[in-house]
Unconditional design. Structure first.
Length: 190
């Protein structure tokens, strides 16, 4: 994983932290032939890490500053196998071909999930920080039989030296929701 401090950063544009990137990339189970979409690419931390491990990535964000930051990071790490798209995820992903998806932040999550589920995406990894968004995603997925769903909560703490020794400073807890397509689902058999 690339260290957080090695990325270009822009004020107000979030980046998925290094340890969370490591877990999320692992959950995607990337292969060299995979084509991935990164919805809500932010600073491009996940975009860069995914692109290093797959055939091609589409990075999408609606914010100009996020697109600018992601582009600088893709250039910084000499990534060539990507298309960077500014716009609403739900307006864009219907017209793209890909087999895996990462969602780092998005509005209209139900519409995004509708589209992804209709495409029978192999693996989806969704990172959420807001409890209500986590609940919204899990409630939506509770009625979807063709995917197995796993949710983990990750809290990363960093050690800080103080006079008495060391103390741990926690970052915001992150929920990582992984959805894997059940290829043997009886409802999908013809």
């Amino acid at each position: 994983m690339i260290r957080d401090e090695d990325f270009f950063r822009m004020e107000g544009v979030p980046i998925t932290k290094e340890e969370i990137r490591a877990i999320s990339v692992g959950k995607l189970q990337l292969k060299p032939k995979d084509v991935v979409v990164d919805i809500g690419c932010g600073s491009g931390g996940m975009t860069v890490e995914i692109a290093k491990r797959c055939k091609f990535i589409y990075a999408i964000d609606n914010r100009k500053d996020a697109i600018t930051t992601t582009k600088k990071n893709l250039e910084l790490f000499n990534i060539k196998n990507y298309e960077l798209i500014r716009g609403n995820g739900e307006d864009i992903i219907s017209n793209l071909e890909f087999n895996k998806a990462f969602i780092g932040g998005t509005k209209n999550i139900e519409k995004i999930l509708d589209i992804l589920l209709s495409k029978n995406i192999e693996v989806m990894v969704i990172n959420t920080i807001v409890i209500e968004n986590t609940t919204k995603v899990l409630n939506y997925l509770s009625n979807v039989d063709k995917y197995s769903v796993e949710v983990i909560n990750v809290v990363i703490s960093y050690g800080k030296k103080i006079n008495a020794g060391h103390m741990m400073i926690s970052k915001n807890p992150i929920y990582i929701i992984t959805c894997r397509f059940n290829k043997n689902n009886k409802k999908d058999k013809k």
